[in-house]
Design a protein around this ligand. Structure first.
Ligand code: ZN
Length: 108
């Protein structure tokens, strides 16, 4: 086994595990049961995702990056100023009316 990723919480670890499993990579979550068994959440113990097959590591790392980008873009969702649609952060223009998102203004 080889370590892939230390998650922020159990939900994130489980989501990434499912994401990898859908793409043919088997993994397990470790440390997960420790926090439950103690009855409180130790601040420095996070669930860690381990790959069953070391040879999956490079592919799994790419998938992990995709997963994290997806995850981050959901947080950065924006609302179209023209038509009021809620747009996922992965889109730079409104999928409904093609108005550019507010992100373009921040970079200059
Ligand atoms: Zn729009």
């Amino acid at each position: 086994m080889i370590e892939l990723f230390q998650a922020q919480d159990r939900i994130e670890a489980q989501m990434l595990k499912d994401y990898l499993q859908d793409r043919g990579i088997e993994s397990v979550i470790l440390n997960d049961h420790l926090s439950g068994a103690l009855g409180e959440l130790p601040a420095n113990i996070f669930p860690t995702l381990w790959l069953l097959e070391d040879q999956d590591l490079s592919k799994a790392r790419q998938l992990k990056e995709q997963f994290l980008n997806l995850h981050a873009s959901k947080v950065a969702a924006w609302r179209c100023p023209a038509c009021g649609e809620q747009i996922d952060g992965g889109y730079e223009i409104c999928w409904n009316c093609s108005t550019p998102g507010p992100k373009d203004n921040n970079k200059e």
